[in-house]
Design a binder for this molecule. Structure first.
Ligand SMILES: *Cc1c(COP(=O)(O)O)cnc(C)c1O
Length: 367
């Protein structure tokens, strides 16, 4: 079986470096909010080109806490509308509703899977205060265009960059476009810890300060609480793992691009629609997502032939039981995407032979 992603082998290649970093933390005697976290925050902010990075417990918290901080700072009010692509992962929506804000679900562009400036402009209402674009599958959203709409209408922009580590346009990376960006370092993400972790990047000092307090019981100074915060900290051990992994991120992104290039050049099956790339640097191929009108059958055939695939995602957020209040909404582009998408193996450690096997198997499938 060609696995969808063999994380064990990806991390095994870095075993010695990871063990060394682990030992450094164990021997330091300091396990939360120490040197590893501040070093990682410095290094990751520099990587993204933003001024601040604030480590938190996971990607969902990165998004939730940023919106919460804007509420605390009076830049958002409960009930304000936040525009979000309807085909995102559920976490994006949860961050909005957790803060008693109102998500406005907007259809994505059918080729890029991302929010387009035109559809955002069409969805603006009296209470629209923010846009939450998602760099879905690793492709940077049209941030230039989205920022123009945001500037015109004085909207805050929070990037959901959980799938977009290192994606860039004109040298400007994900995490350095919006007023802030939320990242996830879940193990399977392009930059993955060995457990849960997340971060916010921003160049807004006031926001960064508020977030540093919110993630730590609402406190800057021990036992003095400015906010009813929560405990959402990024452990020293995960920060140390991430510092090792960050050094290898660009090389792994190059490997992902090489695999994507071969898939795009060599997959040739009329029943399979290939994803669009656009400019070289804008896509970091967190996932390589093809579409087929006979998706389930295609997945079965690939599985039988030894190629593991996944579906990102099988059910749209507005069709989930968790969101019965949105179940009546009709979003045909989004719903079709959920019926058709299939993610092929995308693993920076894949061999050329494995890539060839995937290509041959897809080309031979007659779903
Ligand atoms: C993974 C992911 C998240 C949430 O990150 P966690 O670390 O799992 O909380 C949010 N948004 C998107 C688009 C994601 O892919």
């Amino acid at each position: 079986m060609i696995p969808f992603l063999n994380l064990k082998d990806v991390n095994a290649k870095l075993r010695e470096e990871l063990l060394e970093a682990c030992a450094r933390v164990i021997d330091s005697g300091w396990y939360i909010a120490g040197n590893e976290l501040s070093a990682f925050e410095r290094e990751y902010a520099a990587y993204c080109g933003s001024t601040h990075c604030i480590g938190v417990a996971n990607g969902l918290d990165a998004l939730t806490l940023t919106l919460r901080a804007w509420l605390e700072l009076g830049r958002l009010q409960e009930g304000d509308e936040v525009i979000v692509p309807a085909n995102t992962y559920i976490a994006t929506l949860l961050a909005i509703t957790e803060n008693a804000l109102t998500p406005v679900l907007v259809e994505p562009d059918d080729d890029s899977f991302n929010l387009s400036p035109g559809s955002v402009a069409a969805a603006l209402g009296k209470r629209t205060r923010a846009i939450l674009p998602v760099h879905l599958y690793g492709r940077l959203a049209d941030m230039q265009g989205l920022l123009e709409v945001a500037d015109q209408h004085k909207l805050l922009v929070l990037e959901d960059a959980a799938q977009g580590h290192g994606a860039s346009i004109g040298g400007r990376k994900a995490g350095n476009w919006g007023n802030a960006a939320g990242f996830s370092f879940y193990p399977g993400k392009n930059l993955g810890a060995l457990g849960d972790a997340g971060a916010i990047t921003t160049s807004d000092e006031e926001l960064a300060d508020t977030l540093r307090a919110l993630r730590n019981y609402g406190s800057h100074v021990k036992y003095r609480n400015l906010y009813q915060g929560l405990n959402s900290r990024l452990d020293e051990i995960q920060a140390a793992m991430l510092r090792v992994k960050l050094k290898h991120l660009d090389e792994q992104t190059a490997q992902r691009r090489e695999i994507a290039r071969r898939y795009l050049n060599e997959i040739d099956n009329p029943a399979v629609r290939l994803p669009a790339w656009g400019q070289e640097e804008e896509h970091v191929w967190h996932l390589f997502v093809v579409r087929s009108q006979r998706r389930d059958r295609l997945q079965q055939l690939l599985d039988k032939a030894g190629v593991q695939t996944m579906i990102h995602y099988p059910i749209a957020p507005h069709k989930q039981k968790a969101y019965t209040e949105f179940n009546h909404i009709e979003l045909p582009i989004t719903e079709r995407i959920h019926e058709e998408v299939l993610s092929l193996p995308m693993d920076p450690g894949m061999t050329q032979e494995q890539v060839s096997r995937v290509i041959e198997t897809v080309n031979q499938a007659n779903p």
